[in-house]
Design a protein around this ligand. Structure first.
Ligand code: IPM
Ligand code: MN
Length: 372
């Protein structure tokens, strides 16, 4: 297959984790005989520094002319602490989602058996947890009208949804549930919010076309608790933009690290793949960032184009790294491995699944290995 990918590494740890994902794509290209060409462009704080615009026109055009986008991370502390900033890095990502119509954000949450002990949650609670969050991505409070009074003492953000916006993601979520364990949980705040009541009405109606999928409803405050006390009850969670943003960060603790979670943002014409973690500026250029979320995002990209075996090869190599404890310090405080090494190990194992990449457990245990 011929694939044209727009690479948007972005800010903070984005470039270093995306570099590892690219190694893995090259390994797939080599092993499975595909042509994957990647072209880089700026987005976020780095794009503001270079051009004054968090989403320069060249970047947007590149994305529109590519088959898919692989995105790193966005954000920088100098903007976080400056509420008066007129231009913000995040606007780049939000505009990209809107311009490309990426209305469905898919965030799979899974526990790797080898990491059961790494989660702050009890093993017996999280064991077997496997659900997917369908987060609406181009509507709601993120994109509603924003107002601030002339004297700057009063502000508002409007949460608005149309039937059409709810309908299209609901169909995708029901289809996903149908292919999984056939349960869909709509998370909302219908006891308070008018927009949530519209979600209930529309999703209930869409559900009539999927009679074999069990539809349940949960208020978002309760859902925040249920995800922690009984994550095994969930199969597909469908929710609006901001609830999905918050719940997916919360759900990441189930897997042991937010550095493991990949996501896909899908529209009618475009698809973007990105780790759900942020730009983690404190870790930038220290070779400590976990590249697995970015690498698994590349696997989701391949899967999106029907390259199941290729995606599986990446997942198997990731699994092996986790089992062999070839991980960054977020997963093992004593680990001697960095971002690059974890990326190399996974890429090498895609090419040759027997490759132990110079791993000599005994030497490493003694801190003597030359590859550390
Ligand atoms: C995410 C991020 C973004 C969001 C930010 C960077 C705008 O937190 O993708 O979850 O809030 O959607
Ligand atoms: Mn988020």
């Amino acid at each position: 297959m011929n694939l044209k990918i727009a690479l948007l590494p972005g800010d903070g740890i984005g470039p270093e984790v995306i570099a590892q994902a690219v190694k893995c794509l090259q390994a797939v290209e080599e092993t499975f005989n595909h042509q994957i060409s990647c072209t880089e462009a700026h987005v976020g704080a780095i794009a503001i520094d270079r051009t004054g615009d968090p989403l320069p026109e060249r970047t947007l055009q590149l994305c529109k002319n590519s088959d898919a986008i692989l995105f790193g991370a966005i954000g920088a502390p100098r903007y976080d602490n400056d509420p008066a900033a007129k231009v913000r890095p995040e606007q780049g990502l939000l505009k990209l989602r809107k311009e490309l119509g990426l209305f469905t954000n898919i965030r799979p949450i899974k526990v790797f058996p080898s990491l059961l002990k790494k989660s702050p949650l009890k093993e017996e609670i999280i064991s077997g947890a496997d659900f997917t969050i369908y987060r609406e991505l181009t509507g709601g409070i993120y994109f509603g009208e924003k107002k601030i009074s002339a004297d700057g003492t009063k502000a508002s953000d409007l949460c608005e949804y149309s039937e059409k916006e709810i309908n299209r993601i609901a169909h995708l979520a029901f289809k996903a549930a149908k292919a999984r364990r056939r349960k869909l949980t709509l998370v909302d705040k219908a006891n308070v919010l008018e927009s949530s009541r519209l979600w209930r009405k529309v999703v209930t109606r869409v559900g009539e076309s999927y009679p074999d999928v069990l539809l349940e409803y949960l208020f978002v405050d309760n859902a925040a608790m249920q995800i922690i006390v009984n994550p095994n009850q969930f199969d597909v969670i469908l929710t609006e933009n901001m609830f999905g943003d918050i719940l997916s960060d919360e759900a990441s603790v189930i897997g042991g690290s937010i550095g493991l979670l990949a996501s896909a943002s899908i529209g009618d014409k475009s698809a973007l793949f990105e780790p759900i973690h942020g730009s983690f500026p404190q870790a930038k250029d220290k070779d400590i960032a976990n590249p697995i979320a970015a690498i698994l995002s590349a696997a989701m990209l391949l899967e999106h184009f029907g390259l199941k075996e290729e995606a599986k090869a990446i997942e198997t190599a990731v699994d092996k790294a986790l089992r062999k404890n070839i991980v960054t310090i977020d997963l093992d405080a004593d680990s001697k491995y960095g971002t690059n090494h974890v990326g190399d190990f996974i890429a090498n194992n895609i090419v040759d699944s027997d490759d132990n990449f110079n791993i000599n457990d005994e030497n490493i245990g003694l801190g003597k290995s030359t590859i550390i």
